[in-house]
Design a protein around this ligand. Structure first.
Ligand code: PLP
Length: 368
C-alpha cells in the first residue's frame, strides 16, 4: 500500500475471505451462511463487500433497513436479502426490490400480508422473529398459535425462516442464560414446524454464537463482526484478521512551550514544552469526544501518541514529544495492531460502535 496522504479506511478483501473461511470451518457442510452487511457493512463499503461476498458463496444477506437493501440491489446483489428491522412505510419499496422482511409482531405481519394480497403476490418470502430473552424485537413464545392463525390460508406469503437473537453469546458467564434462549427457540421452532406443511430455515447464532454454541447452528448462522475480523474474545481474535485499517497523516507539527493551552475549551495545558501533531480526523469522522484528553492514542512510526485535549470536529492533536516524526508522515489509528477493539476499549466502547460510526466522508480504499 502507498502511504496515506489523507484520512483513509483500507478494506482488505483477503482478510474478509480468511475470516469467512474460518467461520465456515466451524459449520457443518449443509449449514447456510448469512452475511450481515447492515450499517455500511460495519462501516466498510457494502457496494464492494457484498458482490465479493456473493462470489464467496454466502447464502443470504441481512441489512437493518429497507434502504440498505435497496443499495445492495443497486450494487448488483442477486442473493436473498433479509431486512431485519423494516418499517411498514417501506414495505412497498421492499417488495419492489425483492427484499425479504423480518416480521416481528402481529401488527406488521398483518400489514405486510394485506399489502402482498393487494398486489396479488404468491408465496412472497417472509421471516418471523421470536423473542427468547433479548426483549428487543420479536413474537413471544405464547404467540405461536396467533401467528399460525394469521397465516392460515394465506397464499400471498410464505415463511422462509424463523429466527431469534442471542443476548450475550460472547459472554461465557451467561452460559446458562444463553442455553435457555437456545432451548426456548428450539421449542418454538419445533412447535411451528410441526404445524406447517413445509420447513422454514431456523437460525439463531450471531458471530459469538457460531464460535461458542455449535449445538445452536441449526440451518443457518448470521455473522457480522466476525467477517470483519473480530472474535469478541482474546482467544478468538487470534483466528481473525481485521478487514478495516484506519489511517491518516500529520498535517502540522507544533512545538508548544510550557504553560499554553491546546484545543477547544483549553482542556489541556502544557506543564513542560511539548510537541504536538495535528491530524485531519475528528468527531465528525467517528472519533468521538470520549477518545479525547489522553484516553485514545494513535500510532506514529510504531509508537503511541495520546490525543491531547478535546477531539475537534475535523481534527485531533496528539502528543509526539518523544516520537521522531514530521509533517506528512503516516498515522495509524487502528488496523491489525492496535485493532479497532483495542482503540475502542480506550474509551470504554466496543469495535462495533467504532466501526459503524466511521463517517461516510472517510475515503474507502479496497485492497485485494
Ligand atoms: C447485527 C445482527 C447480527 C450480527 O451480529 P454479530 O455479533 O456482528 O455477528 C446477527 N443477527 C441479528 C439479528 C443482528 O441484528
Amino acid at each position: 500500500m502507498p502511504k496515506a496522504q489523507e484520512t483513509i479506511l483500507e478494506i482488505d478483501l483477503r482478510a474478509l475471505e480468511h475470516n469467512i473461511n474460518y467461520l465456515k470451518s466451524k459449520l457443518k457442510a449443509d449449514t447456510k451462511f448469512l452475511a450481515v452487511v447492515k450499517a455500511f457493512a460495519y462501516g466498510s463499503q457494502p457496494k464492494d463487500i457484498a458482490p465479493f461476498l456473493e462470489q464467496l458463496e454466502v447464502d443470504y444477506f441481512a441489512v437493518a433497513y429497507t434502504s440498505e437493501g435497496v443499495d445492495l440491489r443497486q450494487a448488483g446483489v442477486k442473493k436473498p436479502i433479509l431486512v431485519l428491522h423494516p418499517q411498514a412505510v417501506s414495505f412497498y419499496t421492499l417488495i419492489e426490490y425483492n427484499l425479504e422482511p423480518n416480521l416481528y409482531s402481529l401488527k406488521v405481519l398483518k400489514e405486510f400480508i394485506a399489502l402482498t394480497e393487494s398486489l396479488d403476490l404468491n408465496a412472497y418470502p417472509i421471516h418471523l422473529k421470536f423473542n427468547t430473552g433479548l426483549n428487543r424485537l420479536g413474537f413471544s413464545e405464547s404467540q405461536c398459535d396467533d401467528v399460525l392463525n394469521v397465516l392460515k390460508d394465506k397464499n400471498s406469503v410464505k415463511i422462509a425462516s424463523i429466527f431469534s437473537h442471542l443476548a450475550a453469546s460472547e459472554d461465557l458467564k451467561e452460559l446458562e442464560f444463553t442455553k435457555g434462549q437456545i432451548s426456548s427457540f428450539k421449542t418454538i421452532a419445533d412447535n411451528l414446524l410441526n404445524q406447517l406443511p413445509y420447513k422454514p430455515l431456523r437460525h439463531l447464532c450471531n458471530t459469538s454464537g457460531i464460535l461458542n454454541y455449535p449445538e445452536a447452528h441449526l440451518d443457518m448462522v448470521r455473522s457480522g463482526i466476525g467477517m470483519y475480523g473480530y472474535g469478541n474474545s482474546e482467544k478468538e481474535n487470534k483466528n481473525f484478521i481485521p478487514v478495516a485499517t484506519l489511517k491518516t497523516v500529520i498535517s502540522q507539527i507544533h512545538h508548544i512551550p510550557a504553560g499554553q493551552s491546546i484545543g477547544y475549551n483549553r482542556a489541556f495545558t502544557s506543564t513542560e514544552p511539548i510537541t504536538t501533531a495535528t491530524l485531519p480526523i475528528g468527531h465528525a469522522d467517528g472519533i468521538g469526544r470520549q477518545y479525547g484528553n489522553g484516553k485514545g492514542f494513535v500510532t506514529i512510526n510504531g509508537q503511541p501518541a495520546p490525543i491531547v485535549g478535546n477531539v475537534c470536529m475535523d481534527m485531533i492533536m496528539v502528543n509526539v514529544t518523544h516520537i521522531p516524526c514530521k509533517e506528512g508522515d503516516e498515522v495509524l489509528i487502528f488496523g491489525t495492531n492496535p485493532t479497532a477493539e483495542d482503540f475502542a476499549a480506550t474509551a470504554n466502547t466496543i469495535s462495533y460502535e467504532l466501526l459503524t460510526g466511521l463517517s461516510q466522508r472517510i475515503k474507502r480504499i479496497i485492497t485485494k
